[in-house]
Design a protein around this ligand. Structure first.
Ligand code: 4NP
Length: 151
């Protein structure tokens, strides 16, 4: 299965989700391809935010080699599941879809933890390090559900 995580800048939230799910998949020998992207091109080519790198490193996950990229129309074909980290991102990704088959792949990430509640992972971009710790914990909880449910 090919899984894509999408946030706005692909430097704070989705890089953490990519790192955490890759880590869990390796641990459980689950052969998924996992990637992340942003709806916007503000940070293309940049590594993840220093606080995202730091909170992952504190949990033995290395994401410093990731590079921000913008989602492409090909992603909507190539990936099997596309997890949006927030409701604004979800709407933006749905707007890019050109078929029901593509739209069916797009799932709001927190639906796995809080079904029907339309919740977003809080954007830590405007916050401080403890916000990144909170985001890391929530993302990890959801990634564990994803591994359990779909592997
Ligand atoms: P992310 O956070 O979507 O979790 O990567 C953001 C990063 C940058 C910006 C917004 C959100 N920005 O406006 O530059």
């Amino acid at each position: 299965m090919k899984i894509l995580f999408v946030c706005i800048g692909n430097i704070c939230r989705s890089p953490i989700a990519e790192g955490v799910l890759k880590h869990l998949a390796e641990e459980k020998l689950v052969p998924w391809q996992i990637d992340s992207a942003g709806t916007h091109n503000y940070h293309v080519g940049e590594p993840p935010h220093s606080s995202s790198i730091k909170v992952c490193k504190a949990n033995k996950i290395d994401i410093h080699n990731q590079q921000s990229r913008q989602i492409t129309l090909d992603d909507l074909t190539n990936f099997d599941r596309i997890y949006t980290l927030a409701t604004d991102v979800h709407q933006d990704v749905l707007r890019l879809c050109t078929s029901d088959a593509q739209r069916k792949k797009v799932t709001l990430f927190l639906e796995e933890l809080y079904p029907g509640q339309q919740k977003s992972v809080k954007d830590p971009w405007y916050g401080t390090y403890p916000d990144y710790e909170e985001v890391f914990a929530e993302i990890t909880e959801v990634c564990k559900i994803i591994i359990r449910k779909y592997s």
